[in-house]
Write a new protein. Sequence first.
Lengths: 267, 267
Amino acid sequence: MHEKERHRIIISAVQDRPVVTVGDLCTLTGVSEATIRRDISTLHMKQKVRRIRGGAEAITPPQFAGLAGRPFVVNETMNIAAKQAIARAAVEMCSEGDSIIINGGTTTFQMVHPLANRRMQVFTNSFPIAEHLLKHSKNTIMLSGGAIYREQNIILSPFDNDVTRNFYANRMFMGAQGLGPIGLMEADPLLIQAEQKLIGQADELIVLVDSSKFAQRSSLVLCQLDRITTVITDEGIPDKAAAMLEAADVNLIVAQSGSVQENEVAS
Amino acid sequence: MHEKERHRIIISAVQDRPVVTVGDLCTLTGVSEATIRRDISTLHMKQKVRRIRGGAEAITPPQFAGLAGRPFVVNETMNIAAKQAIARAAVEMCSEGDSIIINGGTTTFQMVHPLANRRMQVFTNSFPIAEHLLKHSKNTIMLSGGAIYREQNIILSPFDNDVTRNFYANRMFMGAQGLGPIGLMEADPLLIQAEQKLIGQADELIVLVDSSKFAQRSSLVLCQLDRITTVITDEGIPDKAAAMLEAADVNLIVAQSGSVQENEVAS
DNA sequence: CAGAATGATTGAAAGTGATCGAAAATGATT
DNA sequence: AATCATTTTCGATCACTTTCAATCATTCTG
């Protein structure tokens, strides 16, 4: 990981949310706190980011009306470290040049950072993901057509005959509201619709869920377990859930989330 | 492996990835680090790559942050006042609730500002337009699907069966490279393709061109004059061009870009 | 054989990580 | 509300690693 590379990561990270902590950037880049502080210092000199206690913030004032979708923003503050670790593991599954599909969501959005150095073909129905990758990476971006739903932050077409059908990928990555023995669950009918369109357009279906999702239940079942190729989650996954996945013949990847200070959750 | 060959490899390598390390280039070329450093040095002298600690990076600005598309940005600085006046006139043609199509371009992009306080249905193939309207307006945004072309800043699908065919609007707004007796002209084949897909999806075709475009000629003719419903331009339009439009039965709107104008007072 | 290019070596320079005391923020007590 | 103690973060320093530049020996080419 080189200096310039870290700088790019830092700059792109502060644009996703109002502030990033030094610790966040450590896990994101894999370097020590001292180095991150030095980086923030130099970027502060270059007026690229603003240095604040505990981390850095975007140079643009809090007129952060952007990202069009409050629920997205509030959700994003939860379990950031775990989500980032999961997203990193997801990107590590891919090689340069791969074609992937990323379904919109707060967990999958975290994939944009590790994807910044890649050159892949990314198809997504998420406007923020497309926007970020367009501005901060050299990946080829393909977007599904349709109306932009502000609350869910996805693009969805009411028709079946859109480009989605013409795009096929190695892997599809998606989040979910819950994951239980019944299958993959989602709360929003709109999201169900969006995900239904994408499922089946890839060889493998990779589900990104932080461990809290194994306790969640929702009314809408998106698909059954056997439809899932791999689940990526964090260390907090209950043994019971792991056994359930094992029984359903689903690969399980547990992402190690580096320095996390949430020890109370496990016990 | 000859010097020139290595140089070619190095140059192409830095364009793929943000940074390449000396070690990367060693394995890529099979020569020693010393040689790679010498190569980077000479290429740095020739302004072909930028030398950084640990390797090299592309000569293009340190961070390709921003509107993701250089040509877009440089174009945007020209004739701003005229373009804004034209764009304002274009938006004034529309009523609340109208459905419109906006084809991507620097002139049509200016429509986003007057559109900010509207509530309309906007279909566009331009990522920047969608982004801006999404963040700064309450219009309903619909986007065409496909790959995002960074240079042209448009989204284009190679397939004919995308949502574009399912969207029909009152008016379609588009810019052009040139406008002459032969018809509407464009320079970029990709833009032609994008525009071809949208033309025919609206009752009226409104062309936004600043007056300099009447002098421009391009190799590719998009459509003939009689296909155009209305042309909006600025005061600089030559009499000859006005007569030409008159003869072709095209409505002509001349937007007043000066400080004195009748419509400005009302708003 | 001459000239140039390449590879290896080595001391210098720069970057990185860890440690420790100082400064700041947080919260608890009076 | 003010003060004190605890925790967190910061800045500086030092040791260690990586990278650089200069030099010299070797190889390749004509």
